[in-house]
Design a protein around this ligand. Structure first.
Ligand code: C2E
Ligand code: CA
Ligand code: CA
Ligand code: CA
Length: 281
């Protein structure tokens, strides 16, 4: 390559080179991981925080690399999104989570049907076959669309909002529910919130873990819950870790929650040991 401002170029080049290497390596490893089936799903239980009833799970992907060990989602999801490989991963996640849900529902036919939440990324929403693929997954696993929730973030809606709205409307015709994930952390506009075919708002963990009696975060959470209630949306709090946080959220009228206070994300066998074999609360 040709350098114009030589010293400048060198620093840039060295950094870019290191980054490119990491990325190439990760991208390559990621493809192999999909073939090798290094990925597994963990499931974090979601509760009705007033009755303590288990209502469902959020599927969260884990990468267990044979040499690197555990790779956190925060490290590989952004790269998988940039390269578009997330589409392959999320299709696997959707299939696996629905299959697991069908198994659990069949084991507990007398309970109200448990639900499954799956995270989507921008490339998923841009995939022309998304709606068809999900329809196929529901048919093959025998899961009712009403039991599947897709989590999207506000930031995913910024570009192409009109195209995205069409996709979301099509998903809704399958009975699927839409949650706005990490609500309040992105570029929210109250102006488009009412246009979204959303069913729920998820309050981001960053709000919950800095909540103090009457502080700014407390007020923000209160406002988010009010907006949710006013618009007829369910409100789910993420990252509930303490009894105090739980009590405040109950007082503020938040209906649903997940977090370490209840349970961390767990492997399927651990979910079964904790919640399914003992009979859900
Ligand atoms: P998220 O959707 O906001 O998921 C919640 C994250 O908070 C999860 O991190 C979960 O393990 C963590 N968490 C839950 N409760 C607590 C708590 O009480 N305390 C603390 N400290 N943390 C808690 P995780 O599993 O590392 O996932 C990170 C992000 O990666 C997710 O954020 C989601 O945006 C993305 N992600 C995970 N799985 C998938 C997937 O299958 N597809 C896509 N597209 N994205 C995914
Ligand atoms: Ca989520
Ligand atoms: Ca998220
Ligand atoms: Ca979050």
């Amino acid at each position: 390559a040709k350098a114009q401002g030589k010293s400048c170029y060198k620093i840039f080049d060295a950094q870019m080179h290191a980054k490119a290497l990491i990325r190439l390596n990760l991208e390559h490893e990621f493809c192999k991981a999909l073939e090798r089936k290094d990925f597994i799903l963990y499931y974090q239980p979601i509760f009705d925080i007033n009755t303590n009833h288990l209502i469902g799970f959020e599927a969260l992907v884990r990468w267990q690399h044979p040499i690197w060990g555990f790779v956190p989602p925060a490290e590989f999801i952004p790269i998988a999104e940039e390269t578009g490989l997330i589409v392959l991963l999320d299709n696997w996640v959707l299939y696996t989570a629905c299959q697991q849900l069908a198994t659990w529902q069949n084991q507990h036919p007398n309970l109200p049907p448990l639900k499954m939440s799956v995270n989507l990324s921008v490339p998923d929403l841009r995939k022309a076959s998304l709606v068809r693929d999900i329809e196929t997954i529901l048919a093959e696993t025998g899961v009712d669309g009403n039991c599947l929730t897709l989590e999207i973030t506000e930031t995913m809606l910024i570009n192409n909002i009109n195209d995205t709205l069409i996709v979301l409307e099509q998903l809704k015709t399958l009975g699927i529910q839409i949650s706005i994930d990490d609500f309040g952390t992105g570029y929210s506009s109250l102006n488009y919130l009412h246009r979204l075919p959303a069913d729920a708002l998820k309050i981001d963990r960053s709000f919950i873990n800095q909540m103090q009696a009457g502080n700014r975060n407390y007020q923000l959470i209160k406002t988010i819950i009010t907006i949710g209630n006013q618009l007829g949306l369910a409100v789910i709090a993420e990252g509930i870790e303490t009894q105090q946080q739980l009590q405040w959220l109950q007082e503020l009228g938040c209906e649903f929650g997940q977090g370490y206070l209840f349970s961390p994300p767990l492997s399927a066998p651990k979910i079964e040991a904790l919640f399914m074999n003992t009979g859900c609360s």
